[in-house]
Ligand binder design. Sequence first.
Ligand SMILES: CC(C)(COP(=O)(O)OP(=O)(O)OC[C@H]1O[C@@H](n2cnc3c(N)ncnc32)[C@H](O)[C@@H]1OP(=O)(O)O)[C@@H](O)C(=O)NCCC(=O)NCCS
Length: 185
Amino acid sequence: MLLPSFYITTLKNNSQVRIRLLQWEDEEKLLAYFASFSPETRNRFGPHPFDASTVHQICTNLEQDDIQRYIAETLDGKQIVAYMLMKHGTLEKDAERMHTYGLDTLGNAFTFAPSIADSYQSSGLGSIMLTYILASLPARKIILWGGVQASNQRAVSYYTKFGFHKVGTFEYHNGTNYDMIREPT
Ligand SMILES: CC(C)(COP(=O)(O)OP(=O)(O)OC[C@H]1O[C@@H](n2cnc3c(N)ncnc32)[C@H](O)[C@@H]1OP(=O)(O)O)[C@@H](O)C(=O)NCCC(=O)NCCS
């Protein structure tokens, strides 16, 4: 489906944000976004390091990227308040675990990793953004990037709300994690 290149929405807390793809000009704001994470959010969301050189590399290689990187920003454009990744394909480690569950038809899948700024969590932004992302992509299987920590109840409820179901459990960093999959609809 062809969607407008941005989407403006009003959240439960009455603030307005603009959802769009990340652009190279966002480098400084993206770095500030990661720096704003609480220890808990940092512990929950870890697809890549958050240092300046990683952020520079991401923002200068967007054209070659096999990952769609979506952000939400305040309407004045000064602050990024959400960052979500949708990778084409799967990471080797994730695919290996899926294989152990007997799931190996993931060639066409997407791999998803969402994050919302601490002060915007539970505002409905995660739901609005994922709805926007799903409408902008072809219908395919979606798996979670590195699974989800079993203790992360908000994220587990969020994924369940969007039709993800648990396909396996694994231990990582002394904690239990779930692999969840969303079938194409
Ligand atoms: C997980 C995350 C993406 C969800 O986005 P969000 O904007 O906070 O979620 P929403 O407000 O859209 O709520 C979506 C659903 O999550 C659940 N949820 C929201 N807040 C919750 C809370 N405080 N406790 C339990 N469940 C909650 C509900 O099922 C809710 O659906 P509903 O509003 O229809 O009842 C976001 O909280 C986040 O980035 N957390 C930190 C990083 C993280 O955990 N990333 C995922 C790593 S696997």
